[in-house]
Design a binder for this molecule. Structure first.
Ligand code: MGD
Ligand code: MGD
Ligand code: MO
Length: 678
């Protein structure tokens, strides 16, 4: 049977079982034999046939006829569409290829449909895209501390006796990990959740520490200080396997529990309970996730958690340590996949987290934008600027999509792309250790073509001669992996396609013995690599940009923190078009604490405006006990055009970047909330 994998941006990367009736997909299930999937799916992907066969699906190439943003298009042929795109790109490339900017992220996580298009842009010499929108603060932090994105095997969490879920709403965004955490709980594990919001996950843990956004660093420093004073750190592990541990303990000295409790906005007694559990319960494992690194000090905060775990020697236990991302375990050959050697020049790099500024102010200007696997109009921060950039009449925009998204509305040419069941791909995961294959199981609908096919076709119309631009999908998959790597045990691509998935043979004993892929082979709490870049070698607490200490005027004018983590039944801005899922979510919600609402004369169920100096969005006030005082949450990411008032939550986020990794600070966001006059 043809293997199938979920392509979406989620740590779980499920193996799917697809049933076909009369040439159409009738049913999609989680594969029962793939251990992380274990036969279950999230509600979104369980309803995939509805997404695939949606009446809103883009099935033909289109040319814009109305003003930019109006979403008015007329159908054209592939020949016309490719010809027009080729003409524009060739003309710009002949003058200055850097004026072309590709914009893509993880609409599909597939190595072929996600990464192969880069070859085309490399061959042109287009601007490079710094792909920072999600995880780069955390991944830089892991690289500094552990040498790569490596960590505890998610399947080992079942045997842990203490699990700390940190900056993650597992039930929403890591459901298959949650199943393992539940199994551990049934075997007596204690679960903590550290999250400003009392999410569904937080509610179901034994303990919930609702710290203020961006204060994780202060919390960790106080934990280290207190655990050191109690003699609870693993001195032997530190001596043998950690660089800079004592320096970090010295740095933690000013961070008494009382000071941190005040900074984090929690009770001292709650912190003492966490200290006690961290000191006494083993095996202990931390499931860190990306929610806590979308703030000014996100990179430092991840380094601090990674340091805490290592100072405690949690790695010693087979079910101990931490997991943020497993992607560094995969023996990928990114160079062979994306071919940066094809670059004829050394083009500039533009940061996707500051797309608004790039479109409005880059010099030389961006003249062509080619978007695939992403919906930047909706998901990039500070959308007022992004939309102003997209509206430029001297910008030629091409969008490859499944649906007419907010971004597609601004396309000059819109190209219909295939979905996962209609194309071939190969997948790694950032939450588990299985490589997965995906073959097409049905023919493409309408005139849809895969991303890889579209870029091969475009290269051909532009008469590009580089052979690597014409590699077939299987050749690309062959190139994407170092098949001789010991973790594959001699696996071939053909065998992977046969089996559907393969679990990497990772030597966990190495991490247990404190052997990490850093230059020193140790956990680098003090990083010589960061010091060489002129940065502080040790991690520290970096308060939010919007904190009272750093920006008192802003904090006074906009006293509430605004978080915008995902709605459970959406995936970033995907699935917003799936009618039954949109019906489950209902409408944009603003979760508020009862006292914050009362102070503003707001009632449950009223429409409110969430605003700041960047812009405003509207949502229905919900006083459901999720938000702590001082924090609101507007769950995302709705499309602008489906949001009352026409602007989603990224109208209020900003383009400020994190301390490491040049990533967005979506959750370091100050707002005020008011009633919308009727
Ligand atoms: N259903 C669903 N699943 C998804 C996604 C989706 O959109 N929908 N998105 C996918 C993607 S792209 C990603 S990156 C992951 C995201 O999933 P996660 O990595 O878990 O990150 P977030 O959902 O952004 O945030 C998780 C939690 O962190 C909390 N948080 C916010 N700020 C802080 C802070 O300063 N400190 C701490 N300790 N916690 C904080 C938020 O309140 C939130 O509940 O999920 C993936 N899975
Ligand atoms: N305010 C706020 N903003 C956020 C976040 C947040 O928590 N709060 N989360 C951020 C995070 S973590 C992330 S990762 C980004 C995600 O941002 P994006 O990566 O842009 O994710 P999506 O919004 O899901 O958009 C992906 C698009 O790709 C399309 N697509 C899927 N598969 C294919 C394919 O095979 N071919 C083509 N051509 N198109 C395809 C889908 O139809 C969809 O419209 O958003 C970020 N934005
Ligand atoms: Mo993400």
């Amino acid at each position: 049977m043809t293997p199938s994998a979920c392509p979406h941006d989620c740590p779980d990367t499920c193996a799917l079982q697809v049933s076909i009736r009369d040439g159409k997909i009738a049913d999609v299930r989680g594969h029962p034999d793939h251990p992380p999937t274990a036969g279950s799916l999230c509600t979104k992907v369980a309803r995939y046939p509805e997404r695939l066969y949606s009446p809103d699906r883009l099935l033909h190439p289109m040319r814009r006829v109305g003003p930019k943003g109006s979403g008015q298009f007329t159908r054209i042929s592939w020949g016309e569409a490719l010809g027009e795109v080729a003409e524009h790109l060739s003309e710009i490339a002949a003058r200055d290829p850097q004026r072309i900017l590709p914009y893509s992220y993880a609409g599909t996580m597939g190595q072929v449909q996600g990464e192969f298009p880069e070859r085309f842009f490399h061959a042109l010499g287009a601007s490079l895209l710094d792909r920072t929108i999600c995880a780069s603060a955390g991944s830089e932090a892991l690289k500094a501390t552990f040498g790569a994105s490596v960590g505890l095997d998610v399947e080992r969490f079942v045997d842990a006796k203490l699990i700390v879920i940190w900056g993650s709403n597992s039930i929403t965004s890591n459901l298959h990990f949650w199943a393992l955490a539940q199994a551990a709980k049934r075997q007596g594990a204690r679960l903590w959740c550290i999250d400003p919001l009392r999410t569904a996950t937080a509610q179901r843990c034994d303990r919930h520490l609702a710290i203020l956004p961006g204060t994780d660093g202060a919390l960790v420093l106080a934990l280290i200080r207190e655990l050191a004073k109690r003699g609870a750190l693993d001195r032997q592990f530190m001596a043998e396997h950690v660089l800079g541990g004592d320096d970090l303990i010295a740095r933690s000295e000013p961070w008494t529990l009382a000071r941190a409790a005040a900074e984090c906005g929690v009770e001292l007694t709650e912190m003492l309970d966490l200290v006690e559990d961290l000191a006494t319960i083993r095996p202990a494992a931390v499931r860190l996730n990306y929610g806590m690194q979308r703030v000014a000090g996100g990179g430092n905060a991840v380094r601090l958690v990674a340091s805490l775990v290592s100072l405690l020697g949690l790695w010693r236990d087979a079910a101990g340590g931490m997991l943020l991302s497993s992607s560094g375990h995969f023996p990928m050959n990114n160079h062979a996949l994306t071919r940066p050697d094809l670059l004829p020049n050394a083009p500039r790099t533009l940061n996707m987290a500051a797309l608004g500024d790039a479109l409005l102010h880059a010099d030389p200007p961006v003249e062509a934008l080619v978007v695939y696997n992403s919906n930047p109009a909706a998901i990039a921060p500070d959308s007022t600027k992004v939309l102003a950039g997209l509206r430029r009449n001297d910008l030629f925009t091409v969008v490859l999509e499944h649906f007419v998204t907010d971004t597609a509305d601004y396309a000059d040419i819109l190209l219909p792309a295939t979905m996962q069941f209609e194309h071939y791909d190969l997948h790694k995961s950032y939450g588990h250790r299985y490589l997965l294959a995906n073959g097409p199981v049905v023919a493409p609908l309408g005139e849809c073509r895969s991303n890889s096919q579209i870029f091969r076709d475009l290269a051909s119309v532009m008469r590009l001669t580089e052979p690597a631009l014409y590699d077939a999908d299987r050749q690309v998959a062959e190139a994407a992996v170092d098949w001789t790597h010991p973790s594959l045990g001699g696996l071939t691509l053909a065998e992977l396609e046969q089996r559907g998935w393969f679990k990497l043979l990772v030597d966990d004993a190495a991490l247990q013995c404190g052997k990490f892929p850093t230059p020193s082979g140790k956990v680098e709490v003090a990083s010589a690599r960061l010091a060489a870049q002129g940065l502080d070698p040790l991690p520290d607490y970096v308060p939010n940009h919007g904190s009272e200490g750093r920006n008192p005027a802003l904090a006074q004018q906009f006293p509430l923190w605004c978080l915008s983590p995902p709605e459970r039944h959406f995936l970033n801005s995907s699935f917003v078009t799936t009618a039954s899922l949109r019906a489950l979510v209902g409408e944009p919600r603003c979760l508020l604490h009862a006292q914050d609402a009362a102070a503003r004369g707001l009632q449950e169920g009223e429409m409110v405006e969430i605003y700041n100096e960047n812009g405003a969005t509207q949502a229905r006030a919900r006083l459901d006990g999720t938000a702590r005082q001082g924090v609101v949450a507007v769950l995302g990411v709705w499309w602008h055009k489906l949001t009352p008032g026409g602007r989603n939550i990224n109208a209020v986020t900003n383009q400020t970047l994190t301390d490491l990794g040049r990533a967005p600070t979506f959750y370091d966001c100050r707002v005020e909330v008011r009633k919308i006059p009727q």
